[in-house]
Design a protein around this ligand. Sequence first.
Ligand code: GLN
Length: 477
Amino acid sequence: WSTARRLTAAALKPRVSTTEPTPYSWINPAEAGPSNYAGRLSGKAIAIKENISYTLGPTSCSSDALQGYRPPFNATCVQSLLENGAHIVGQTKMDEFGMGSLTSHMPEHYTPVHNPSGPASDTGPRSAGGSSGGSAAAVAEGSCWAALGTDTGGSVRLPASYCGVVGLKPSYGMISRHGVVAYADSLDCVGILARDVDTVSSVFSTISHPDERDMTCATATTRQSAAALLAFHFPSLSPSSLKGLRIGLPIETHLPSPNVQLPPSLLEHLLSLGATLHAVSLPNLHLALPAYYVLASAEASSNLARYGGVWFGSEKEKEDSREGESGLERRRRMRTEGFGGEVKKRILAGTHALSADEFNNTYLKALHLRHLLRTDFSRLFRVPHPLDPNTFAPPRGIDLLLHPTATRTAPKLDASQRGDEESEYAQDLLTVPASLAGLPAMSVPAGKGEDGWPVGVSLVGQWGMEHVVLWAGQAVD
Ligand code: GLN
């Protein structure tokens, strides 16, 4: 590792794109240097979102508050990639601290990521989705074999859908968050983007393992319980046959036109492979978005309190103090200058939700809504929740949910061209439910919309049932 580190450190120059809209802050597969390890990912070029700690590149979360910050250790997931022979070839742009759905909330010296997947005739750049838009665009344009993103409320699945690639958000706790910069701890997941399900699957099996350094990471015992349930309920998984697989179509996700619909040919294909389709209901789905934004902002306001120009940030920033400025004034200045508008908005909203006057009415209410939504899911699945095996699981329940990943195809990047369409937050309508329930969810490309831009569909499974999601995903892909 140390040899690789020396070679790579010399070869890779941090480079922030100011003129071209590249999806990465630096990426150069040819210069990445040899890996000291051989393994199942030998020679594979993998890009990582710039909120995942990597000692050889600034882990800046696309924020001025962390420009130049070099973590002293690799995130566990990055270390697992390296130890299996992968090359980390770039760090991908994101919405600042993961807050956004368009990869457009970033410092002025970054250019927002352009979606490379649409028809050439289209006018005006479209968004790659967010917040892992850089990872999705890098995969879609072929700059890397796979990319890591993070998904708190849809940030891997939404960009995957908009860019026409596969994006997996595993069950909460399946991939260690050690070294992943926290946005909202109870929701944050490391996710994987690639051009096909097989690639996602091999990266997932490399980086999904217990980790003592993250106390929320599933232990070996928990994984064994999930594996036992998988073996019992799905004795013969094979992508060529979905015989016996019960797929639920939530009626609440069937939105009126002009929203994206499930392609009828896809449903016929699933039926022809032996799956059965069932209309199911998630009666509290409409509560997911407000619950998510309260909880995510509350956790973010607490997490982001650690940035004040003292412990993190570049050396220059750490030394930047002004004559006569008190510690508090300096902290205020650093935070005012370091955070962008969207991040400040979330900090204010989250602090408000956690304040003494609002706590019961806002934060606790959102927690309650989250509980209602989790109950909606647990009433549907045939397989009991491995972490809560005593809850009732209906024997004739479903194995997977299937619904469009997004309500629309990629929106225009330029806000003035987007017109009076729904707010940025509304784009997360169909992705936040699985985040709040901690369930595995994967967006798989399912053709093009009327405008010629990619459409993605999501498969959502019981906690720990990634293999079922991947199995059915192969049939869709
Ligand atoms: N768009 C959502 C938000 O801004 C989700 C982001 C994410 O998953 N990181 O919070």
